[in-house]
Every structure is written in C-alpha cells, then in structure tokens.
Ligand binder design. Structure first.
Ligand code: G1P
Length: 286
C-alpha cells in the first residue's frame, strides 16, 4: 500500500459569503484567533505525515504562498528590535514542500482537484478544504490515515448533518458499519432532504486513489452545473474499497459566518493568553 504523502488544498474560491471582507483578501487568510484558516489545515496535514502541500489557487491568492515563505524584511526588523521569531515557526515549511497550480476558472471542486493531477501523479493523496476547521488531538487527517493504513482505498470524513441541511453536503448511502468506519455504497452531491439517502454528510477531508483523476479527465457537470468531486468519487465505488469515517476532532464550518465566529470563540477559550479575558466577557453576557 502506497503511503499518503501529498495533499491538495483547493483554495481558489472567491469567498463571496464573507464579502466585503474578502474583496481584496483570500478567505483562507481569515484568522481564527491569530492563525489564518490555511495554517490549521496545513498543520493538520503535517501531523498526518503529509510531505507535499499542493495549493490550487486563483487570482488574488498570492498571500497564501507568501505566507509560507520567508519574510526577510519582517524578520530583519524583528531581529533588530530584539523580538523572538518563534511566532513565525508554524509558517515555515521544508524547502520544496509547497507547490501551487492555478485553477483559471471556478468550475467546481472536482475540477480544482483535477488541476493538481500532474503534481499528484500516480499515488494516493489527501484533499483538505480549509473552510472546515477540524480541531482535535489527534487531528482529523491523522485519524483518517490510520484508517487508510488498515483498509486502503478511499476514505472520506463523514458527520451526521441536520436533515434539513442535506442540500449543503455530499451525502453517502451507508453500508455496513464497524466502529467509526462505514462502507460507502453510494454518493450524491447536495440532495434535497426528501431525496437524501441518509444524513451522513461529507466533511472536507478525503484520502483518494489517483484513479479519481482519470475519471475527472472526462468530467460531467453535476449539482449547480459544476464538476463535482463527489460525482467522480461515486464512480470509484465498487472498483476500490470506499469508507466513510467519523473522527474525534470537532468541526467548525468556517465557510459560514456563524461557524467562523464560533470557531474563534471556542479556540480563544482554550488559550492561556486570551482565554481568561474572553471567558470573563462571555460569563458576563449571561
Ligand atoms: C464541498 C463538497 C461537498 C462536501 C462539502 C464539505 O461542498 O462538494 O460534498 O460535503 O464541501 O464542506 P462546498 O461546501 O464547497 O459547497
């Protein structure tokens, strides 16, 4: 079984749900406490053993690459002022560990992932959607890699979603369940509640076999007229093992304003530096 060494981060999205904040600014750079969303996803990937980060970017996303580069002026100024550079440590990736490709047109998640096909090559890979901030120890992808090492094939993270919210998610047709692992018998992107095969929704973490890229070579338009990753994955079912796993990490949907604010509050409360002040404020609200 080939190890999962590469991860694709689709980060070309326009972030329209956060306008005007994201008008001149990548939504993945929105901070939760003091780290941008992309940092959480990259940290989770590194913890899971990922060596190569592949960003699928678009216009206006240069900050994402700069963020993981050395900032000579900033660092020189900080040094001159006797400030510690430790705070920048999470932004340092090993040389060559970050590659990026452009998705020139917003044609859908399946298309974004397919844009990374040549860098991914012929090996299994992870996909992380930074909007889903997965917070836990071990991290979500770490848990999924552990499952992958047991059963191989394709693994997606799933979670029970509210029955009225199925049209916001890829939904699975579940088969046999054993522990945290459920066999995936079918997949449908964003079904109406009355058409949903279950309420187990796909969360933005995937471990996929490279054959999905061959399916995406000849894509079909799906929900919303977009090239959907879910549709391509559905065509792998029956040809390769396919499992959904539930994980211990908690999900904050940072693609949504309320979810984003909740994430800030929850993570701030856990911190030694800002936690006490935030807790005092929240206690006062009651
Ligand atoms: C994407 C996927 C969907 C998945 C969701 C998880 O949708 O297409 O299957 O359930 O991410 O966050 P999006 O949220 O980009 O519309």
């Amino acid at each position: 079984m080939k190890p999962v060494r590469k991860a694709v981060f689709p980060v070309a999205g326009l972030g329209t749900r956060f306008l005007p904040a994201t008008k001149a600014f990548a939504k993945e750079m929105l901070p939760v406490v003091d780290r941008p969303l992309i940092q959480y996803a990259v940290d989770e990937a590194r913890e899971a053993g990922i060596e190569q980060m592949i960003f699928v970017t678009g216009r206006g996303k240069a900050a994402l690459e700069d963020y993981f580069d050395i900032a000579y002026e900033l660092e020189a100024t900080m040094r001159e002022r006797g400030k510690s550079l430790d705070v920048l440590e999470p932004t340092r990736l090993p040389a060559g560990a970050l590659a990026s490709v452009r998705q020139q047109e917003p044609l859908g998640l399946g298309h974004a992932v397919w844009c990374a096909r040549d860098i991914v090559g012929d090996e299994p890979f992870a996909v992380l959607l930074p909007d889903d901030l997965m917070w836990g120890n071990p991290g979500c992808l770490r848990e999924m890699v552990d499952d992958y090492e047991e059963v191989g094939g394709n693994i997606i993270c799933v979670e029970e979603v509210a029955p009225e919210k199925t049209a916001s998610y890829g939904i699975i047709t579940p088969g046999a369940t054993s522990g945290n692992r459920t066999e995936v018998k079918g997949l449908v992107e964003k079904p109406k509640p009355e058409e949903a095969p279950s309420t187990l929704g796909i969360i933005g973490r995937y471990i996929l076999q490279p054959e999905v890229m061959r399916i995406l070579d000849n894509p079909e338009r799906g929900a919303g007229g977009e090239i959907q990753l879910t549709d391509a994955m559905a065509r792998l079912i029956g040809t390769q093992p396919f499992h959904g796993v539930t994980v211990g990490a908690k999900r904050y949907d940072c693609g949504d304003k309320a979810g984003f604010i909740t994430a800030n509050l929850a993570l701030a409360l856990e911190r030694e530096d800002v936690g006490p002040a935030v807790r005092a404020f929240v206690a006062d609200l009651r």
